[in-house]
Design a protein around this ligand. Structure first.
Ligand code: UDP
Length: 336
């Protein structure tokens, strides 16, 4: 049985769906529902009735260690974390408690119960300001915000736990994740939403939330920031491959997950206009603090070793995200 923490959230839920549809269906979801949604879990359980859900908080050691006593867990996929950079700057204590202490409780419960394999969602934010581009896994890690610090600390803790307790981890460092389930059963659902694609799409439904571009005078081809967008379904595949790799090789390792495509904010905006067939209004505002002008992944290692082959184009991802956004918009309207 596989334990997936944080599967009520965006990336975790798509991973649980992907596993369910690929015969890895014996799953326990552990989530405190602080940012994830019970509706997402219920949807997953409808698709895969074998999924067990335990509402619990990693900050409470007994809640997570109970899971290992109750279920025969073979490995863990760990998503549960707070992930808003801006919030982490204003309230670092929340991030260190939730992300770092929460993960220590999880790892200690694993070690105590002799569960020694974990796939961990890390982030490009552990690299900080790029020294060169595209960024490979050997790029120095110097996070520039508490969120990135928490993820880097966890990576280091995992190294120490490998040495001392033989706990093997695969850390997947994500770049910019976009997209949604192709049948719009689940998708990105943050409150508040800070990410580019959902913010563009939300402005289509809600006139009061005009889309804002954060800065158009960066030293890039069109003045807006460039990011490496990777589809959430491709990302879910990578987790499955990482788990297979871990089971086969029993070895700690780290992989970047991006596509090295590199789109600017304006390019993403234009693709969104194509997909929605709408003229979307926007305004240019000041730069957002801490945004590097360009972030591109070198994901050759994941391709070579995990045999990961991302398939979705940015157009596909935005199309799926738009279908999901329609569903979400209707759901939110109905509940108001
Ligand atoms: N961005 C923007 N308007 C928004 C949200 C994001 O212009 O409403 C820009 C942001 O400045 C960055 C890019 O879009 O250059 C991607 O931002 P996002 O928050 O999606 O991901 P991040 O790169 O911060 O992880």
């Amino acid at each position: 049985m596989i334990l997936i923490t944080g599967a009520a959230g965006y990336i975790g839920s798509h991973c649980a769906l992907n596993f369910s549809e690929n015969n890895i269906d014996d799953i326990v979801i552990f989530d405190n529902l602080s940012t994830g949604h019970i509706e997402t879990v219920e949807k997953l359980q409808k698709i895969n009735p074998k999924i067990k859900f335990i509402k619990g908080d990693l900050k409470n050691k007994n809640e997570i260690s109970d899971i290992f006593r109750k279920y025969k867990i073979d490995s863990v996929i760990h998503f549960a974390a707070l992930s808003q950079v801006g919030q982490s700057v204003v309230n670092p204590s929340l991030y260190y408690l939730n992300n770092v202490i929460g993960t220590i409780n999880l790892l200690n419960s694993m070690v105590e119960n002799n569960v020694l394999k974990i796939v961990f969602s890390s982030t490009a934010a552990t690299y900080g300001e790029p020294k060169y581009t595209p960024i490979d896994e050997n790029h120095p890690q110097n996070p520039i915000n508490p969120y990135g610090n928490t993820k880097l600390m966890i990576e280091k803790i995992m190294d120490d736990y490998d040495l001392a307790y033989n706990l093997k981890s695969i850390r997947l460092r994500y770049f910019n994740v976009i997209g949604a389930d192709e049948k719009a059963r689940i998708g990105e659902w943050h409150n508040p939403e800070t990410h580019l694609v959902p913010n563009i799409l939300k402005s289509v439904f809600n006139n009061s939330s005009e889309f804002k571009i954060y800065g158009d005078d960066y030293d890039t081809k069109d003045g807006t920031c460039i990011r490496d967008y990777v589809d959430v379904l491709d990302l879910a595949d990578a987790h499955r491959l990482a788990l297979e790799y871990l089971n086969k090789n029993n070895k700690t390792d780290v992989f970047n997950l991006g596509t090295q495509g590199g789109q600017s904010v304006k390019e993403i905006f234009n693709i969104s206009q194509d997909v929605t067939k709408q003229k979307i209004s926007y305004k240019i505002v000041g730069k957002r603090m801490g945004d590097p002008k360009i972030l591109l992944a070198n994901s050759k290692k994941a391709k070579d070793i995990l045999k990961w082959h991302p398939k979705k184009t940015v157009h596909d991802s935005i199309k799926n995200a738009f279908e999901w956004e329609k569903v979400l918009n209707d759901k939110l309207k109905a509940s108001n």
